[in-house]
Ligand binder design. Sequence first.
Ligand code: ATP
Length: 299
Amino acid sequence: MALKIHNATKQFGHFTAVDGLSLAIEENDMFGFLGSNGAGKTTTFRMILGLIDPTSGSIEWDGKPIDYSTSSHIGYLPEERGLYPKMKVKDQIVYLGRLRGMTKHEASVQLTRWLDRFKVPEYADKKVEELSKGNQQKIQFIASVIHKPQLLILDEPFSGLDPVNVELLKEAVHEIKDQGSTIVFSSHRMEHVEELCQNLCIMQKGRPVVQGGLKNIKRDFGKKNISIHADFDLSGLKELDGVLKWKQTAEGVRLQVDREETAEKVLQNIYGKGFIRKFELEEPSLNDIFIEKAGASYE
Ligand SMILES: Nc1ncnc2c1ncn2[C@@H]1O[C@H](COP(=O)(O)OP(=O)(O)OP(=O)(O)O)[C@@H](O)[C@H]1O
């Protein structure tokens, strides 16, 4: 069951938030939907969910337009978290599960499983407002997956979580994928996207500026990084043809070069000048690509 977006545009008055977006997300993919602030990610998610209509274009899930009758197959973790603060976790999740077609018993069993999984079984009887922001986020995540959705949309799922909880959530997302769901998520943390996604799209001002498989995107970018640790001055490399960026690091320098062959020139240039502890040619990071294509850094 694939998600297909055909030439979707969303205008708010005269402002175009999403501009002719076409995307095909295959069944069981873990797809990264990236872009700088205001690029149109949440607007796209809201269109996918049928919360707002595209001004033009269409969105299909499993070959059909998405409407509320199919929404029980969809899970959504919104960027603006929306749990009822005064309600107990148990009551809230069971209520949301029932809205999505589960029995009370099924929803309770799933809630217990998830709370155990997140190592917080005692939260069932707590009010949401009694939990920290990060722990509320775990509950919100449970709310979005309790009914085992076929399509799961996660808007910034890792924001506000400590590294231990980020790992717990990543494992949970993997498990949901392994059970067959299709997952689309946005994140400003490029390293999470690199770790989790095979396919992605980078949006800028409502338009996709990069899309495809992560490996191909890196290969097509062309530029490479070189990490050098050495005991002598490497500042002369700034002037070498083909060296695009030069950055001092704790143990040496990191260069961005225009292509692989330039790495050879760099090595020839420093060979014999002193002790080289490390010389490594690296793929560009997704952050490098993001900065160049979307014009901003999240590091
Ligand atoms: N209901 C609305 N009315 C008017 N403008 C809107 C509305 N919703 C979104 N926008 C505008 O559309 C643009 C895209 O917003 P959107 O929330 O989709 O961005 P985003 O990529 O999710 O950004 P962020 O990373 O900051 O969450 C923004 O300029 C935003 O101000």
